[in-house]
Design a protein around this ligand. Structure first.
Ligand code: SF4
Ligand code: SF4
Length: 451
């Protein structure tokens, strides 16, 4: 195997007894722009850069130095099954103690009319949340999730709308969260953010997620007010005000084929503003994709593999983008930063497990992808508590051990089965796959981070 000092530090599996054949969980992919291959085994937490010759040896079960067995690439089938079961138990046990993210939607209305808004298709009820509903929400989560670590993310529509009533409502949410000693996060378009900073500072704020789709012209061409007025300057003012006040900003750029080229200029803009040096600043890229309803034309949208391929090329051409945003490339970034593998991913969808969503009508949903969508209701927390246990269980039972296609998939432990909501929309029920291009992403990630 390629002697890569980093690789040698990865956690090694115990040598399996009675070596028989290649592990079902070997993920092997040619590395982009290289003759070599990347082999990853999430069950045994091994990863190596190996040659074509070594791949041939592995295929033929040739293990001259015992390295393949030592790394878990060659295993005894019975032992592998047992190790899989044990790792699954670890995964589910660990999730029991994971923090729960509870989304609360106080309104679906919004002051923006973004060119691609998926919520446009929801025909939202234009009604204000009442104090009674806010109180019922806190009563519900304090009882239902008693003893669980948790925090609340206030979501919309737009939660930070202008106006006294909206401010009173946010004040009440903050007061209730402070009493319950819960952190709050906000997802906002950022238009009124600067004017909310003082109020937000009375809460324990985990982060404020703000969407900025590019530099001025590009952003203003996509994310404008209902009357088409520009929004860029006000958002920048809001981000600056939060960073100055020590409030964490999670800047989200939603990309498709129309604005991806602007990732480089936006990175430069953020670097020049000094944002990327702030301990309170981080970023994410959101892929514009079709959910239940989509205002974008499908030709504009990227599939995952093409988007990451594009980002790989852009990072090579403009290396400074990495100061602003570093793609995960499946688990490649994690491996390079931690010099070990993450836990095997038996389930990538937190819906109804460590994520729930609630709206101002008193309805319970699985997550942000389903909140407000007709047909995806799972129960109510107001005016009375009701639960559709069968529907909830269908979300909760979904993982790579229950989805037929995932049971025999070699990338399953890095994919985790994808998004249940996307799978449900595509296949009619959540217990179906939403495949991730794991090999394509690892190929790019190994080239970018590990070569
Ligand atoms: S259904 Fe999709 S959006 Fe919702 S929690 Fe699962 S992965 Fe996330
Ligand atoms: S969703 Fe698709 S790629 Fe992911 S584990 Fe299942 S079958 Fe494999």
């Amino acid at each position: 195997m390629t002697d890569n000092s980093k690789n040698n530090e990865y956690i090694r599996p115990n040598s399996p007894l009675g070596v028989k054949g290649a592990s079902k969980h070997n993920i092997i992919t040619p590395i982009k722009d290289s003759e070599d291959f990347f082999i990853v085994n999430p069950l045994y937490k091994s990863a190596d850069i190996i040659s074509a010759n070594e791949i041939e040896m592995l295929k033929n079960n040739l293990d001259q130095n015992g390295d393949f067995a030592e790394r878990g690439y060659l295993v005894n089938e019975a032992k592998e099954k047992k190790d899989f079961k044990l790792a699954y138990l670890d995964f589910t046990e660990q999730r029991e103690s994971d923090e729960v993210q509870l989304f609360f939607v106080p309104n679906y209305s919004c002051n923006f009319a973004c060119s691609y808004c998926y919520q446009e298709g929801y025909n939202p009820v234009q009604k204000a949340v009442t104090n009674e509903v806010i109180d019922a929400f806190f009563n519900y989560i304090n009882t239902e999730f008693a003893g669980r670590r948790k925090y609340i993310t206030v979501f919309g529509g737009e939660p930070l709308l202008p106006g006294d009533n909206q401010r009173k409502m946010i004040t009440r949410i903050i007061e209730k969260a402070n009493i319950a000693k819960l952190d709050l996060a906000f997802v906002t378009n950022g238009y009124t953010l600067a004017s909310y900073v003082e109020l937000l500072n009375t809460a324990s704020i985990r982060e404020v997620q703000v969407t900025l789709d590019g530099t001025q012209e590009v952003h203003d061409g996509r994310r404008y007010l209902k009357g088409k007025q520009p929004t860029f300057d006000k958002i920048i003012e809001g981000i600056d005000a939060c960073l100055a006040a020590g409030i964490n900003i999670n800047l989200r750029m939603v990309v498709d084929k129309e604005n991806i080229e602007n990732l480089a200029p936006l990175s430069l803009f953020a670097i020049e503003k000094g944002w990327t040096k702030s301990p309170y600043f981080k970023t994410q890229i959101g892929r514009n994709y079709e959910l239940h309803f989509c205002n974008s034309t499908p030709e504009k949208l990227f599939d995952r593999a093409t988007l990451y391929e594009k980002m790989y090329e852009m990072l090579k051409e403009h290396p400074y983008i990495a100061e602003f945003y570093k793609p995960a490339f499946s688990i490649a970034k994690y491996i390079s930063e931690h010099e070990e593998l993450p836990l095997a991913l038996f389930d990538s969808c937190p819906a109804c497990k460590t994520e729930w969503a609630f709206d101002f009508t008193g309805t319970i949903y699985s997550c942000t992808a389903t909140v407000g969508n007709k047909g995806d209701e799972l129960g109510t927390f107001y005016p009375e508590i009701t639960k559709n246990e069968t529907a909830i269980e269908s979300w909760q039972n979904r993982d790579i051990t229950t989805i037929e296609e995932c049971k025999t998939c070699d990338v399953a432990l890095a994919c985790g089965g994808g998004c249940a909501s996307v799978a449900k929309n595509k296949n009619g029920h959540p217990n179906s796959p939403d495949c991730r291009p794991v090999k394509e992403l690892l190929s790019l990630g190994a080239a970018y981070y590990l070569k």
